[in-house]
Design a protein around this ligand. Structure first.
Ligand code: NAG
Ligand code: NAG
Ligand code: NAG
Length: 347
């Protein structure tokens, strides 16, 4: 630096006096006008750092040096020196004096992945670039072996996929389970195709009771080595002969009641049905719902032992246990009917 002490003294050590001095003699004004032309702090750059700490003022003709920030490289034939020009402006620096070291390497994508046989590859991030993910899906009737999602990774200057692309294999099923006292269609096949159906049937017996098929009559190959459901069972199902006193059967007349047999009833005149008028023989040899009864008195609604009737609208009060008016009415009704019915049963 070649600036004289006259120039630097007021600038650096007596800044508060500086405006006052500007009003001094013509010589000083002329002198200071060159100082007032000085540059302020040099500009900051995204890609480069100033060498040394910046000062608030620089003299015309002073030069400052920059270095590229870590990860950036100075371009050949580029200069990263700036000079304080006479108008108090730093000579502009080319923005791309420093370029990214990895700029071109990071743009290198992973190798293109094409659709697998019997499947597709989906670009989750729209490209095969580093950091993006791709997903493999198999066509209907095929299943994926391997990882479905691959990520493009980088290590140094290498880009690679996080794993090998998966394969799409044809979905096949092994023969479905064999069942006791029954069989299924095409029971001699070794391999079943996707969505292929097998139908089970029960063996015929020479005895008095035939087997009933309980469960799904048909199942299908729904996935690789997977059937849509458990196979059915062949069971002898016998429900007891349903007897309703003071009532009569109206349909489903049979000598024996096997699985899924359906029977309907009605009560004789003067009697009221308690229960369901239609019952079905279930796999556990019982009627569902239970055989109804025909009684003189009307059936009772649920009494105090059960929950209060549900309110049709949600309670507006946030306080738990608060009853709204509808709840209260329901309670009163249930209790009244309950007491009335209990009195009747006591007679
Ligand atoms: C790529 O897409 C996936 C799924 O939409 C998302 O979770 C992930 O953040 C994305 N990755 C990038 C680098 O954008
Ligand atoms: C039903 O299967 C069992 C076991 O396989 C067998 O012992 C029995 O004889 C079969 N019953 C009839 C009636 O076929
Ligand atoms: C009453 O509400 C309970 C729980 O919200 C529900 O499980 C039940 O089915 C409801 N009963 C009636 C009769 O609406």
């Amino acid at each position: 630096m070649t600036s004289s002490p006259l120039h630097t003294a007021p600038l650096q050590h007596h800044q508060s006096l500086f405006p006052a001095q500007c009003y001094l003699g013509i010589l000083l004004v002329a002198l200071l006008s060159t100082i007032c032309d000085a540059c302020s702090e040099p500009p900051r750059h995204e890609t480069m750092d100033l060498v040394g700490s910046p000062r608030p003022h620089y003299n015309v003709g002073e030069r400052v040096l920059y270095v590229c920030k870590p990860g950036y490289q100075q371009r050949a034939s580029s200069t990263i020196i700036t000079t304080c020009a006479a108008n108090g402006v730093w000579t502009p620096l080319s923005k791309d004096s420093c370029t990214t070291l990895f700029k071109y390497k990071s743009r290198k994508p992973c190798p293109t992945q094409s659709d697998p046989v019997n499947g597709q590859v989906k670009l989750l991030n729209g490209s095969f670039e580093v950091g993006s993910q791709i997903q493999f899906v198999c066509n209907e009737g095929f299943y994926l072996i391997g990882r479905s999602i691959l990520k493009c990774l980088r290590s140094g200057s290498n880009v690679y996929w996080s794993s090998d692309p998966p394969l799409c294999e044809k979905i096949l099923c092994e023969p479905p389970p064999k069942i006791k006292n029954g069989t299924y269609s095409s029971s001699d096949k070794e391999v079943f195709e996707y969505h292929e159906i097998v139908t089970y049937s029960c063996d015929q017996t020479s005895g008095p009771d035939q087997f009933s098929l309980v469960g799904e009559k048909q199942i299908y190959c729904s996935g690789n080595r997977a059937w849509s459901s458990e196979p059915p069972q062949c069971k002898v199902v016998k429900c007891p002969f349903p007897v309703v006193e003071n009532g009569q059967q109206t349909s489903g007349f049979q000598k024996k009641y096997a699985y899924k047999a359906k029977v309907m009833f009605k009560c004789n005149q003067g009697f009221v049905l308690h229960g369901n008028d239609m019952i079905v023989c279930d796999a556990d040899n019982t009627w569902k719902p239970p055989v109804p009864k025909c009684l003189k008195e009307p059936p009772c609604p649920p009494t105090s032992s059960t929950k209060p009737p549900n309110s049709s609208k949600p309670t507006t009060s946030g306080v738990s246990g608060a009853l709204d008016f509808q709840d209260l009415n329901g309670w009163i009704f249930a209790l009244t009917v309950g007491v009335f019915c209990n009195l009747l049963e006591l007679q």
